[in-house]
Write a protein that binds this ligand. Structure first.
Ligand code: FES
Length: 135
């Protein structure tokens, strides 16, 4: 299937729901840090009217448990950003801002200088788009 470049590319924001608040604190009132972040992110994405452009996809562990919270932003034909150490209490608005930049930028190629500082610091990996299988 060929991508229709005239339409905005939907993005997926994967977030580990099981990440701890910190090494010393797994959860607050029964809510894990990752789930807390997910709740904050949904509100932040809604506030930016990004709920159609960005699908929030909770996951149960992304194998980065030693550095909570873990988040990945990906879309067909775009770079994939793997973020670690996102603050469950302070990170949602910044991640939502980055989602806005990502959805607005061809190929998801948000320049380093344009990325929020917290995103620069949390970026563990940036991967190229997957080959689409067409010449
Ligand atoms: S618990 Fe979040 S990455 Fe493992």
């Amino acid at each position: 299937m060929k991508l229709d470049r005239s339409l905005p590319t939907p993005a997926t924001l994967f977030v580990c729901s099981l990440c701890r608040f910190s090494q010393a604190e797994a959860s607050r009132e029964g809510t894990a840090g990752g789930q807390y972040l997910i709740n904050q992110l949904q509100a932040a994405l809604n506030a930016r009217q990004l709920e159609q452009a960005v699908t929030l996809q909770p996951l149960r562990c992304m194998a980065g448990c030693h550095q909570p919270c873990n988040v990945t932003l990906a879309a067909p034909g775009k770079l994939t950003f793997i973020l670690s150490g996102v603050s469950p209490t302070e990170g949602a608005e910044t991640v939502a801002e980055f989602c806005q930049q990502y959805t607005d930028t061809a190929g998801g190629r948000v320049s380093y200088g344009q990325r929020p500082v917290a995103i620069r610091q949390a970026t563990a990996f940036v991967l190229p788009p997957l080959p689409c299988g067409h010449p």
